[in-house]
Design a protein around this ligand. Structure first.
Ligand code: ADP
Ligand code: MG
Length: 214
């Protein structure tokens, strides 16, 4: 049995066509189902639905053999035991530093005072500002990072941005790119050895559909 870890939301929307090409059709609508384990039309493949930030953990710990995770999530975690064979080129966005429209970010950085940065990407933000030589106080949030600068809780946020509409709606602007983000196929390294015959065709069919789309 192959267990495939997916998360509801953005990545799943973009993933379903790829799954179908790999011959994996989820039998129930994952967005509306309350089940956490969903059968597919393949007897030997099932899908488990977990939080986006939990997908790497499930695959690492062997709760799932294979999964799809945003690079933003992978950058934030220890990825020991994970094999990342494929950039799926879907759920593309950028990890950015953003500030209020009226904030002069360059001046703020140059002044050399500690910057208060709100984000759910603590490790990635810490590494980014350390590389720039900017001292930061990091504030861990789990969502709606955009609010923090508006209520004076932070000077800047680190978040994923695609169209920029959410930033714009909240009078924020992106000022610095940390990384280009897309969804990645991840595989448990041990499973890749023990279940190679079942896993490799799935990886290869994903590779083919990604190639066909670009
Ligand atoms: P969660 O809110 O649990 O983090 P999301 O569905 O919002 O779940 O995000 C899951 C993944 O989708 C993120 O880790 C990121 O890789 C990607 N993502 C998030 N926001 C966007 C976006 N605006 N455009 C494209 N991809 C995104
Ligand atoms: Mg989200």
């Amino acid at each position: 049995m192959i267990t495939f870890a997916l998360s509801k939301g953005r990545i799943l929307d973009d993933t379903r066509p790829l799954l179908r090409t790999a011959g994996i059709d989820v039998l129930e609508d994952p967005e509306s189902s309350r089940k956490l384990i969903l059968p597919t039309q393949r007897d030997d493949v099932r899908v488990v639905l977990v939080r986006a930030s939990d997908v790497p953990t499930y695959v690492q710990q062997g709760g799932a053999d294979i999964g799809i995770s945003g690079k933003d999530v992978l950058m934030e975690q220890d990825t020991a035991g994970l094999y990342e064979p494929l950039d799926l080129n879907i759920a593309k966005c950028r990890l950015m530093v953003a500030v209020r429209n009226e904030t002069d970010y360059e001046a703020l950085v140059q002044r050399g005072r500690r910057l208060r940065v709100a984000t759910k990407y603590i490790q990635t933000a810490r590494a980014h500002f350390a590389k720039k030589g900017v001292h930061v106080d990091l504030i861990k949030l789990y969502g709606s990072m955009e609010l923090a600068p508006l209520v004076g809780m932070a000077d800047a946020i680190v978040d994923v941005v695609s169209s920029g509409a959410t930033l714009k709606a909240n009078n924020l602007k992106a000022v610095e790119k940390i990384a280009d983000i897309s969804a990645r196929l991840i595989v448990n390294q041990a499973a890749l050895k023990t279940k190679r015959d079942a896993l490799m065709p799935i990886v290869e069919s994903f590779a083919k559909s990604v190639e066909a789309r670009t």
